[in-house]
Design a protein around this ligand. Structure first.
Ligand code: SF4
Length: 196
């Protein structure tokens, strides 16, 4: 499978401390997407599902992450190998949060064993395409108000989205490059990058 970026530990990509995997390749291509560099199915880093699950396991041991967040690109474009990753992560007692630009009803009705396997190994699903005309102002982690949270297991049933902060993480590398993750509106992001 192909991965655009792996981050061992983040406090801005779901509940608690989590590893995050940005997959390479997105067939949905929402207008205004913040990650167009992930659209091409070519590029990124080739990894095996076993290797990726091992990185999350190591992050749990070293950093105390409680799970992994799969985001895009479009995770369901690589649903088969990601289902293997997710099942292994869950087998280690960790949680799985998955973002998708599809809607859950379409994933369920597609009749695809790989889609079903990834849904079966996901605790918390965020679905729906990014809509630049519907900016999200309240809930954490999502970019537009049409996107929905689905509790596919009881793991995060008590999550109160109204009280959780929306975090943005900036990392400045020794070579001066800046890495950003989390979500902010474009004006806030521009101001932060100017100050970085
Ligand atoms: S599904 Fe996600 S990565 Fe793909 S175009 Fe939409 S916002 Fe961008």
């Amino acid at each position: 499978m192909w991965v655009n970026r792996f981050l061992a530990v983040s406090a801005a990509e779901g509940p608690g401390l989590r590893s995050a995997v940005w997959t390479q390749g997105c067939s949905i291509r929402c207008p205004g997407c913040f990650n167009p560099h992930t659209w091409s199915p070519r590029g990124g880093e080739p990894v095996t599902p076993e290797e990726l699950a091992g990185r999350v396991r190591a992050a749990a041991q070293e950093h105390g992450v409680e799970g992994v967040t799969l985001l895009g690109g479009e995770p369901f474009d690589q649903a088969g190998p990601l289902a293997v990753v997710a099942a292994r992560v869950r087998g280690d007692g960790l949680s799985v949060m998955t973002f998708t630009g599809h809607v859950l009803e379409d994933l369920r009705s597609a009749g695809r064993a790989d889609y079903d396997a990834l849904l079966d190994a996901t605790d918390l699903l965020v679905d729906g395409p990014y809509r630049a005309d519907l900016p999200e102002r309240e809930r954490p982690w999502v970019g537009s108000a049409n996107q929905r949270f689905h509790h596919l297991t009881p793991r995060y049933a008590d999550l109160d989205l109204t009280t959780l902060p929306n975090r943005l993480e900036l990392r400045v590398r020794p070579d001066g490059t800046v890495e950003v993750n989390g979500f902010a509106d474009p004006a806030t992001l521009e101001q932060l990058l100017d100050d970085a």
